[in-house]
Every structure is written in structure tokens, then in C-alpha cells.
Design a protein around this ligand. Structure first.
Ligand SMILES: [Zn+2]
Length: 279
């Protein structure tokens, strides 16, 4: 069933687990993710990021996400990941997404607040919830640590939440997007301080390659949504590569190789995030 972002996150916050948010780029990804959530009786978030629109157009993916969400036996939220403008958020809402992320985290604090506030006002009028980001979650190979404090500030987080009216906040704890060369060490102390200050749904981006220990510390200290994108792509590539090496390989069966790989990797993360049985 299709449920709101607020509902799915508040249950996770109350019961100290995290909802897995999986970037699905194809029908096969969606099928595998929903099967995984149903098998494990877990809530799940299906999401698509704006940078992924060139190969998975928003207008084509929206009806697929919504159809599987509505028919599903478990709570599903359909979310826009890393919307880059007010207009993209509005378009996702028009297409039926029930939550959106506006990512203006590269802007200075005041400008970030102003844009998020505008999106929140528009989205809430449509009964849609909003995620925003404060602090810098970089990208492997693109962003290097800038030398200063790269982590989200504690007081800043409280001001940001109060001033924008946002429903969930993605924070920077040393996490990065993409595939890590070495396992990162997250700043769990900072997370505990932000959590103690706000008791508010916090989001971890760049979930691929994080250690089990850090994942557990995040989940038990206020992170209630974890984004997973790269891990799915890596697993599918590995399985498809092995499959097509066989002369008998054919396209239809390959589609199911993708479904199975998606289901497998999503199940592993739902287990890790302790959301099993919370549907
Ligand atoms: Zn992200």
C-alpha cells in the first residue's frame, strides 16, 4: 500500500530501525525490491534521483513505482531523490510521488533555507512531505574533503529544521555517494548530538560500502532512512556479467537475473537496517 513519508519514518523513529530507500532504475529493480520487502514484511521506499532521469525518465518510472506501491502488501513510499529545483519537485508531485527531496545543500545556509522553505510550502499544500540536506555529502572521486568541518552542525540542524518546516533531514557524517575505495568511518558522536538536539527523522545518504558497525550505530541513534543506490547496480552488473558468459543466455531470462539480483541485495539491506517485520 502507498503510505506517506511521515508515517513510514515516524514508525522507524519510534521503533529504532531504518527504512531502506532504494534507487530503482528499471521495472526489474522495482519488481525485485517489492518482492524483497513483501518476503520480509518490511516497509520500503522506492526512489529515483534527478541525475538518473536521462536513462530512467521520471514520467515513465512514476507509474511503475505507483502501480507496485499501491498493489503491494507492505507500506511503500514513492520518493524523489535529490531534486535539483523547485520545478522538478513540483513535477514529481504532479506525477504522484508522495515525498520529494530538494537538495540545495551546496548553497549557503540562508539560501538553502529559503529554497527548502518554498518547496515545503508548495509540497505541504499538496499533502506531500519533504526531505532536505544540510552539510556536504560528497561524491567519491568528485569531492575531496575540504579541510574544514565537513559534518552537519548541531545548532545549525535545529535552526534549519525549525525555519524550513522540513519533514526529514539528510546529514553529513563523513558519508559519501558512490562506491568507497576504503570503508569510511562515520562521525557517530555528531549523529548522537544532532539526534539528542532534535529527535527528528534523520537520513543517511551514500549507504553503499558503510561498515555493519556504522550502519547499526546510525540506526540506533536516529537515522531512520538509508539510501542505497550503488550497491544495487554493482550486484546486478556482477550477476548479469556471469549470466551472459553462458552461450544459452537470453534476454527474458536475463531480465529475471536482474529481478533476482535486485531482490537479493534489497533483502540484505532490509535485514541490516532491522526493518524486518515492521510492515
Ligand atoms: Zn544522496
Amino acid at each position: 500500500m502507498l503510505v506517506t513519508f511521515k508515517e513510514i519514518l515516524s514508525d522507524a523513529l519510534d521503533h529504532k530501525y531504518a527504512v531502506g530507500a532504494f534507487n530503482c532504475l528499471s521495472l526489474e529493480n522495482v519488481m525485485g525490491a517489492i518482492e524483497a520487502a513483501e518476503e520480509l514484511s518490511s516497509p520500503i521506499i522506492l526512489q529515483l534521483a534527478e541525475v538518473q532521469f536521462p536513462y530512467s525518465p521520471l514520467a515513465c518510472m512514476a507509474p511503475i513505482f505507483l502501480e507496485y506501491a499501491r498493489k503491494s502488501k507492505v507500506p511503500v513510499c514513492v520518493h524523489l531523490d535529490h531534486g535539483q529545483s523547485f520545478e522538478t519537485c513540483a513535477e514529481a508531485i504532479r506525477l504522484g510521488f508522495n515525498s520529494v527531496m530538494i537538495d540545495s545543500s551546496l548553497l549557503p545556509f540562508r539560501e538553502n533555507v529559503a529554497l527548502v522553505k518554498d518547496v515545503v510550502r508548495m509540497a505541504h499544500a499538496m499533502h506531500v512531505d519533504v526531505e532536505a540536506e544540510l552539510g556536504m555529502v560528497g561524491t567519491i572521486g568528485v569531492t575531496e574533503a575540504s579541510g574544514g568541518d565537513i559534518y552537519t552542525g548541531v545548532e545549525e540542524s535545529a535552526r534549519f529544521i525549525a525555519e524550513t518546516g522540513v519533514d526529514a533531514l539528510a546529514i553529513a557524517l563523513g558519508n559519501m555517494h558512490g562506491n568507497y575505495v576504503a570503508t569510511p568511518k562515520l562521525n557517530i558522536t555528531r549523529l548522537q548530538e544532532i539526534n539528542a538536539r532534535n529527535h527528528f527523522p534523520l537520513v543517511l545518504h551514500g549507504g553503499t560500502g558503510t561498515s555493519v558497525e556504522d550502519f547499526k550505530a546510525c540506526i540506533h541513534n536516529g537515522i531512520c532512512k538509508i539510501n542505497v543506490a550503488t550497491a544495487i547496480q554493482l550486484r546486478i552488473t556482477e550477476k548479469v556479467r556471469r549470466y551472459v558468459a553462458d552461450d544459452r543466455a537470453n534476454y527474458i531470462d536475463m531480465k529475471y537475473v536482474i529481478v533476482d539480483a535486485s531482490r537479493e541485495v534489497v533483502k540484505e539491506h532490509l535485514t541490516l537496517f532491522e526493518s524486518i517485520g515492521h510492515a
